[in-house]
Design a protein around this ligand. Sequence first.
Ligand SMILES: NC(=O)c1ccc[n+]([C@@H]2O[C@H](COP(=O)([O-])OP(=O)(O)OC[C@H]3O[C@@H](n4cnc5c(N)ncnc54)[C@H](O)[C@@H]3O)[C@@H](O)[C@H]2O)c1
Length: 458
Amino acid sequence: MTFKKNILCIGAGYVGGPTMAMIAYKCPQYKVTVVDINPSRIAEWNSDDLPIYEPGLDKIVKSTRDKNLFFTTEMERGIKEAEIIFVSVNTPVKTFGAGAGMAADLQYWEKTARQILKCSESSKIIVEKSTFPVRTAFAMERILSLSENNTHFDVLSNPEFLAEGTAIKDLEYPDRVLIGSRETPSGVRAKDELIEIYSHWVPKDRIITSNIWSSELSKLVANAFLAQRVSSINSFTAFCEKTEANITEVARAIGMDSRLGNKFLNSSVGWGGSCFKKDILNLVYLCRHYGLEEVADYWEGVVRINEYQMERFVLNMLNAMFNTLAGKKICLFGFAFKGNTGDTRESPAIFIAKKLIEEKAELVITDPEALNNAKIDLNGIDGKIMYIDDPYEASGGCDAIAVMTEWDIYISLDFEKIYRSMVKPAFIFDGRNILDHKRLFDIGFNVFPIGKTPFTHF
Ligand SMILES: NC(=O)c1ccc[n+]([C@@H]2O[C@H](COP(=O)([O-])OP(=O)(O)OC[C@H]3O[C@@H](n4cnc5c(N)ncnc54)[C@H](O)[C@@H]3O)[C@@H](O)[C@H]2O)c1
């Protein structure tokens, strides 16, 4: 079959894999190839057992793979063949040198840009899909302009707004697709090519365009606002616990204000995920770079409140359990940073597990999708940790359960059976406020929700 265009995506991660699968699914006339430097990741994408868990992903990958969707490590060939290249590599926080712990580590995209330059024999459109610091497109253009064989590159910014756990739904029915471009004739042509791809399934009025810098900044601002919502509601959980106010009631009351809206008001043990922290810190770093100290401090506070919330959770456990956790067995219900994903990057569970081990507690960790990642995250930690799939088996013989992830399966467990199998007094710390606290109390548990008065039998 001859394809209308060849699309390449560099980076087969949580964004590259699902995004390209959706493009291949919706645009059968395009050939979509995904490359990665990690051969085992590519092998997993080509296997029955995909490297990431995402509801609905299996179906679309398996219906397009080896038809118009291909996963390969053949970077050079992929670059040569492609007319459009999406860059979807990771952009972690820099761990060394200037800006360590704050700035984005740009070595991955720079290597990618140089590789594109080296292998290209024809002009191409380069699409920034990763979340980059503002003005990365400029640096990318500078590198690509070093071409000696008359090739021309148009760089577009097309940040990805999907949320893990709902990635396929978000990709199929996006709130909006944002495309930032130069206003030069070839920049506009490149933008129109990308619009054409998305127009196969996204309504025209949801495809919005802007200049490149606004597009790059919008992604950072979106993540900063989302994290700020959760940090804001979480900051009042501490207040509620002191005053007998109830955070769920407060959230409902403010969420009905149409100016505020009711989304992202669930209080919790804290937000996690690979993006929020790194993107806010990157924004903070950029603010300081431009001398905007007050703005930097303001957004840094969003990260600080999140750390405070996780620390508070452990301190509440310690206080409730008679100020010692040494030798006590604590079962973590969930390890993923949110429900419906196996991703544990920056999961509050990592922080809490480490703190509990410092207190000399023993841990039993259960999660339907994230146990392999949990083992990697806690590898080498000096403490007693068990990993058990079945939540009944995992909680048996434990002193306490701490809910870390809002998996639906935890809501409908038989807690009478669980209570019978636990050491008494039995405690539940609901870090996601998903359980029926009054019912658990009636069963016999001492229940500690977030931002609400605890139910205790003492
Ligand atoms: N995960 C999310 O929910 C999400 C959502 C929106 C945006 N983003 C952004 O998208 C980008 C990618 O995130 P992710 O979660 O998919 O990361 P990821 O770590 O899951 O995937 C990145 C992939 O890029 C590969 N890679 C790195 N350098 C490479 C190179 N030179 N050549 C080929 N492959 C290379 C890595 O091996 C890895 O498989 C980040 O900038 C992130 O901030 C992520």
